[in-house]
Design a protein around this ligand. Sequence first.
Ligand code: ADP
Ligand code: MG
Length: 269
Amino acid sequence: MSDPTRLADPKIIAVANQKGGVGKTTTTINLGAALVEEGCHVLIVDLDPQGNASTGLGVEPEDREFTTYELLLDDAPLEDVIKPTELDGLNIIPATVDLSSADIELISNEKRSFLLHDALRQHAMDAFAYDYILIDCPPSLNLLTVNAMVAAHSVLVPLQSEFFALEGLSQLMLTIREVRQTANPNLRIEGVVLTMYDSRNNLSQQVEDDARENLGDLVFETMIPRNVRVSEAPSYAMPVTEYDPNSKGAQAYGQLARELMSKKVRVAA
Ligand code: ADP
Ligand code: MG
């Protein structure tokens, strides 16, 4: 891309939270698509054996012969695993349920924490000229998530605007700190983004207040509202930014993309 704002190397962001259903996959897909709308080239890496990001972006089962599993464990070449999506500029490395055994198969591998790092930071990646690589993590702090944190420059944490939202966050921060102390000293926290926010609900506001009080400017100004168009989009195999660009959800992900592009990476954990 001749765009002078293009980063020299792709910025790699792990989208992580060990809780399920908090909006990791939704944020990965829609932030990815929104970054493409802003002129970026984006690769999504589906690192969840559930393969929701792959399904949500319309990768058919027959197109999942080469997946994240083959990338990690069989050294599959990038051109075999990277698939196009309906949205120009947005690619994906899909996942299948095969990946669920990777966590155990990796244990005996002495490079077990570095496999995704080595795969994503190989020279052959330069030819794809990505600006961002977003990794959709599984709902667990397992070896797959550790691989994502070792490969990444930063971690983006979706936080569901629900009771107990902040619970478990300290465990996540601890894992980030451990990765920093061992395999990836430069790992940063990109930020925490509140998802499924409902401004009419006191609970949402309370979670927001708590998050901003405890986490300060780690919390993105942009919040993602609870919006039915966001939840409908994956069944049409589209990001919400394509499915209904004028919806509140699509607009919010656009705003999140611009906030992400404009800010410096936050340092504190
Ligand atoms: P995770 O990947 O963390 O498990 P998902 O992204 O799959 O979470 O989201 C969990 C569920 O919540 C999905 O059914 C998704 O469609 C829905 N969802 C996520 N974000 C929103 C939103 N902003 N508005 C409405 N539904 C949402
Ligand atoms: Mg998910």
